[in-house]
Design a protein around this ligand. Structure first.
Ligand code: AMP
Ligand code: ZN
Length: 492
C-alpha cells in the first residue's frame, strides 16, 4: 500500500502508515445531529468515503469509527425549545443522516458510536486528567482542561499562543480561532437542565472530550488516522490531542486529514445568504444523488470546492456519459480480436487512476484518466475498431473506478422517491419542484395501463385519444418510444 497523504500535523505528505497485522484505525468526526446534513458536511463525508474505498481497494483492512454527536449546546437548546427529550430530538436527524449517507453511496464505518452511550468513558477520562493535574473543577461545578499544562497545545493548527491568558476559560462547545482558553470538559447542569448524575456531579460532557473518549475506546490510545473538515482543526482537534495525550502520555492520532470547505457560487454557505442546501433540498429540486456525489469529488479534498448549479448539471451529464458507455460495452456487438493500441491505453488508464489516488487522493486526476479512456474507447467503437477482447479489460478499469467513486449503479429514482416521501411526511412538499412531484406521481402500473389503453385507441383508429394519452404521460415526465417490438417508455 502506498497512499501518500498530507498530514496536517507534520505539514507534509507522508505515507499513511499501515501497521502490521492490525486493521488501519481511522476516526472521522461525525455529525452533530441537530438538523439535516448540508452539502458541505457531505463533501467531508464523501471524501472520507473515497479514502476508505481506496484503502479497501488496495487491500488494507480497516477499522473506521465515526461518532454521532447527540448531545451538545445546540442540541440541548433546540430540544428544550421544542419540548422534546434530547433522544427524541436527535433520533430523527440521526436517521436522516444515515439515510443521506446511503443515498450518496457512502459506506458505513465499521463502528458508529453515539456520544450519549459513552458517558462513563468520558467521566473516566476527565477524572484521569484531574489526577494528572491537567484539569480542574471550576466554582460553577464544571471541569476545564488547563491548556497551560500541555506544552504541545497548538501543534496541529500551528496557532501562536503568545498572549494566552492562563486560566481564562470558555464554556461553549464551539468558539472562534482567537480563543485559546481553558475549555470545558464537563459542564455542570443548570437547575432543571437535562443531565447525567456522575461522580463529577450532575452535568453533561463537552464536545471535545466525547471524541477523545470514543476514539480511545475503539481504536486505543494511539491510532493511525484522524479526519474531519478543516473547521475542526481548531479548537476541536487541538483539544482532542491535548486531552488524549495528557491522559495517555503517548501520541494520539499519527496522521491528520482535513477536508477543505465547500463554497456555494464562490461564497461561504449560509442560511442568511440564501445559499444553504441540504442534500434533501437538492433531491427535491430534481438533482440526482449520483450527480451530487460526483460533483463533491470533482476537486481534490485539499482544495476548496466551489459548488455551482452549472457544475451540478455538468456532473449529471458526466455520470450519464459513464453509464451509457458501460451499457454500450455490455450490450454492444464488437468484432473479434483485440485492438492492441486500445488495450495498451486501457492498461495505462488503470495505472494512472491508481497512481492519482495514491498521490494524496487526487480525485480530479483519477477521474480524468477514466474520461480519457472513455473518449478514446468511444471513438474506436464509432469506427468499428473496438474489439471483443478489449471489452473485458475496459470494464475492469470501470469497475475499479466505480469501487471508489460509486456512481455507475443507477439508484437515483429510488433515492428521489424516498426524498419525496419524506417531504410529504414532514409536510414539506412545497420545497419540491412541481416537475419532480409530477414525475413521481404516477406508478409503473398506471403507466402500463395507459400505454395499453393507448394501443387499443390506436387500433380502433381513435388517434385523438392516443395522442391525449401520450400528452398526459409526457406531462408526468414519461416519454414513449414506438418501436418495431411495441411501445417502450422511459422517464425524462
Ligand atoms: P457538524 O455536523 O457541523 O459537526 O459537521 C460535520 C462535518 O462536516 C465536519 O467534519 C465538518 O468539518 C464538516 N463541514 C461543515 N461544513 C462544511 C463545509 N462547508 N465544507 C466541507 N465540510 C464541512
Ligand atoms: Zn470530533
Amino acid at each position: 500500500m502506498t497512499l501518500r497523504l498530507y498530514n496536517t500535523l507534520s505539514g507534509q505528505i507522508e505515507e499513511l502508515g499501515a501497521p502490521t497485522g492490525k486493521p488501519l484505525g481511522i476516526y472521522a468526526c461525525g455529525p452533530t445531529v441537530y438538523d439535516y446534513g448540508h452539502i458541505g458536511n457531505f463533501r467531508t463525508f464523501v471524501h472520507v468515503d473515497i479514502l476508505r474505498r481506496f484503502l479497501e481497494q488496495q487491500g488494507v483492512p480497516l477499522r473506521h469509527v465515526m461518532n454521532i454527536t447527540d448531545v451538545d449546546d445546540k442540541i440541548m437548546r433546540n430540544a428544550a425549545a421544542s419540548g422534546q427529550s434530547i433522544g427524541d430530538y436527535t433520533a430523527k436527524y440521526e436517521k436522516a443522516f444515515l439515510e443521506d449517507l446511503d443515498s450518496l453511496g457512502v459506506e458505513k464505518p465499521e463502528c458508529l458510536a453515539r456520544a450519549t452511550e459513552h458517558i462513563p468513558q468520558m467521566v473516566n477520562l476527565v477524572q484521569q486528567l484531574v489526577q494528572r493535574g491537567c484539569a480542574y473543577r471550576g466554582e460553577n461545578g464544571s471541569y476545564y482542561f488547563r491548556i497551560a499544562s500541555f506544552p504541545g497545545y497548538g501543534k496541529l493548527s500551528k496557532k501562536d499562543l503568545a498572549g494566552m491568558e492562563d486560566g481564562a476559560r470558555v464554556d461553549v462547545d464551539e468558539y472562534d480561532k482567537d480563543s485559546a482558553r481553558d475549555f470545558a470538559l464537563w459542564k455542570a447542569a443548570a437547575p432543571g437542565e437535562f443531565h447525567w448524575d456522575t461522580p463529577l456531579g450532575p452535568g453533561r460532557p463537552g464536545w471535545h472530550i466525547e471524541c477523545s473518549a470514543m476514539a480511545t475506546e475503539y481504536l486505543g490510545e494511539s491510532f493511525d488516522l484522524h479526519a474531519g473538515g478543516e473547521d475542526l482543526m481548531f479548537p476541536h482537534h487541538e483539544n482532542e490531542i491535548a486531552q488524549s495525550e495528557s491522559a495517555s502520555g503517548t501520541v494520539f492520532a499519527r496522521h491528520w486529514m482535513h477536508v477543505r470547505f465547500l463554497l456555494v457560487e464562490g461564497k461561504k454557505m449560509s442560511k442568511s445568504l440564501g445559499n444553504f442546501y441540504t442534500l434533501r433540498d437538492l433531491l427535491l429540486r430534481g438533482y440526482k444523488a449520483s450527480a451530487i456525489r460526483f460533483l463533491l469529488t470533482s476537486v481534490p479534498y485539499r482544495n476548496q470546492l466551489n459548488f455551482t448549479f452549472d457544475g451540478l448539471v455538468e456532473s449529471t451529464h458526466a455520470v450519464e456519459r459513464l453509464r451509457i458507455f458501460a451499457a454500450r460495452l455490455h450490450k454492444g456487438n464488437f468484432p473479434t480480436g483485440v485492438n492492441a493500441q486500445l488495450a495498451q491505453a486501457t492498461e495505462q488508464a488503470g495505472k494512472a487512476f491508481t497512481s492519482a489516488l495514491e498521490d494524496d487522493l487526487n480525485t480530479a486526476e483519477a477521474r480524468a484518466a477514466i474520461f480519457d479512456l472513455v473518449r478514446l474507447a468511444n471513438s474506436h467503437a464509432d469506427r468499428g475498431e473496438l474489439h471483443a477482447e478489449n471489452v473485458g479489460p475496459i470494464l475492469d478499469v470501470l469497475a475499479k473506478f466505480d469501487a471508489v467513486f460509486a456512481v455507475l449503479e443507477d439508484r437515483d429514482d429510488a433515492v428521489t422517491r424516498s426524498a419525496l416521501e419524506w417531504a410529504e411526511h414532514e409536510q414539506r412538499l412545497q420545497d419540491a419542484a412541481p416537475e419532480v412531484i409530477a414525475r413521481f406521481s404516477i406508478t409503473e402500473d398506471a403507466i402500463e395501463q395507459l400505454i395499453a389503453e393507448r394501443n387499443a385507441a390506436r387500433k380502433s383508429r381513435n388517434f385523438a385519444r392516443a395522442d391525449a394519452i401520450r400528452q398526459e404521460l409526457a406531462g408526468k415526465g414519461i416519454l414513449l418510444e414506438d418501436s418495431a417490438d411495441g411501445v417502450r417508455w422511459r422517464r425524462k
